[in-house]
Write a protein that binds this ligand. Sequence first.
Ligand SMILES: *Cc1c(COP(=O)(O)O)cnc(C)c1O
Length: 419
Amino acid sequence: MEKKPPSVNDLALSMQDSGIPHDLLVREARLAISEGDWENMGERVERLQRSFVQPVINATGVLLHTNLGRASWGIPHSNFSSNIELDLENGNRGSRQTNIGNLFAQLCGSESAMVVNNCSSAVLLVLSALASNKGVVISRSELVEIGGSFRVPEILELSGAHLIEVGTTNKTRAVDYQKAIDAHRNAGMTLKVHQSNYKIVGFTEETTVDELALLDIPLVVDIGSGLLDSNCPWLNSGAPKWLAGEPAAKQTLLNGADLVTFSGDKLLGGPQAGIIAGKADLVEKCLRHPFARVLRPGSHTLVSLQELALRYLHRDGDRIPFWKMACLNEDELLPRIKKMNTGQIVSMDSIPGGGTLPTVVIPSVGLKLPGDRSKELRRGFNGGLPIITRVQDGDTYLDFRTINPSHDEMVAASLQNLD
Ligand SMILES: *Cc1c(COP(=O)(O)O)cnc(C)c1O
């Protein structure tokens, strides 16, 4: 015979030291009892604790890990109100877009800029504001799925625009675009989508931004990844080699794009956001479209993005965690790894991740531990943060490039605890 279950309330009270609100413990206790599982209440509460969004240590070597919120960028927020829509000069209502737009216009070398919730929203807004009921000319090599169910042809349809596809999967030439524009009187925009998360190699031909800029209709380039300037003036060492060929906002606009769209949390290294930058009259149309309100970011995003923009403007790449990590060399990583006093020191390949630079690897160093220890390390040791590792061929790897050095001691404690 099974032991008699405790009362729901007693079972919940027995876990009150966990720090989880009583009502959630009651709910868990009720479930545990109904499933005949009350003896495992401790384990259940730990599982519940792990389900909360919390800081983790990224030891995967994937700089922009989609499951870990892409760029690691955290700016503390206060409980104070902010002047997000108040003009401190005259006390009138202001726009949340003005200041952040000016900062990004400066960074991209554009007339104007604005911010929405992510790059998918940016593309939807641009298409809705500039091409609703018009044709959008796009290469057959760029009718892509970006992630989730965000597919370029579907988003286009949703915006009320209609698709004019040109060229072939592997080759699209300027003349293909020109012919389509001549044939479709309502062609209102050319859209070029960066092949961020895939590559077409071999017998291929792509039309450049300067060629597309010569066409008579506005050119919008969705660069996606959010590199601001291919010269990387915020890095003392200049642009890293592995960035070669990655389109940047500033150069894409210089080459003749009327608008660019990109993410805040990929190569920009900031919070989830989408930036639209380019010609003032086109940005103004986007600002006036009803979707601008639907897709507007909140003050936490804007404060955080403002801080990031200021660090770029100060050319202070060392204070942008993504760039700091991306540019670490092996000499800087080795002493940290040696201090762990365990495992085998091995060469590793870090990757940018986040659906950017699909073929790029950045040489790195890390630790190899025999066997799959990923689950234990995900639990963290003694109140330490969960450590997310890479498991390959049955062994566990920690790439130190993506571990914040301030967490090294915590990592050491967790590793020591394994043996
Ligand atoms: C990543 C990406 C998007 C989507 O950006 P989110 O910020 O994730 O919404 C759109 N277009 C391109 C080319 C991308 O690389």
